[in-house]
Write a protein that binds this ligand. Sequence first.
Ligand code: BTN
Length: 228
Amino acid sequence: MKVLHFKTLDSTNNYVKKHLKELPEAALVLADYQSSGRGRRGRTWTSDQGKNFLGTYLYKEHLDDGFNALLQSSLAIIDTLESFGVDSFIKLPNDILVNDQKIAGILIEQIRDGSPALLIGIGLNVNDAPNIEGTTSLKRLLGKSIGVAEVRELLSERIERNRSVSFAELFSRFKDTLSSKHLHGIYQNKPVRIEDIDEHFQCRIDSKWVPCQAIQFRSLTTNCKYFK
Ligand code: BTN
């Protein structure tokens, strides 16, 4: 996989979208700093210069759907953290938590027109978490600095490996690592509890199956800030 590393970008996801045509079939675009890092639902993603993993994996071939990409990437993050002795959990739809605090977020974007592509943007707090309650970093958990390059190697290796693991295997691991505490959200303006989740990314609430996308998941305080 070709790796492109920049000191500063507006956002690694934006860079990939802008340069889609010139980029190879598979690439990883990294930035030490993002001036307009993006989170889900129009939020910004903030991170100090050179402290954390900020990268977008691009795939133009053998495209998986968004849910499969979410399983591959969230489990890759969980395994990477585990190699540092840190246990983490998934909070739907795409946050990674350690002790109820957010350590990583994933922004998946699919390009369907023109040249189809899948973008998996990951922000992982390695040596810095914003000074906001509800966030953490590997450094804070381990009490020592960790090389971002080491984290990048482990994460990339696991993402690549997960691309050839069957959906069934990934899905069963995904269910095992869902944080049971955070299985709630807002559906049709009412607070709901997620009773189950299926292979088609549907959630069961009040014994009915609805697309998970229709549920607004509560967010923890995170690197993300709402645009003003
Ligand atoms: C979220 O938790 O809402 C998702 C956050 C995703 C942040 C990463 S950082 C690298 C990539 N580039 C971006 O602009 N966003 C993602």
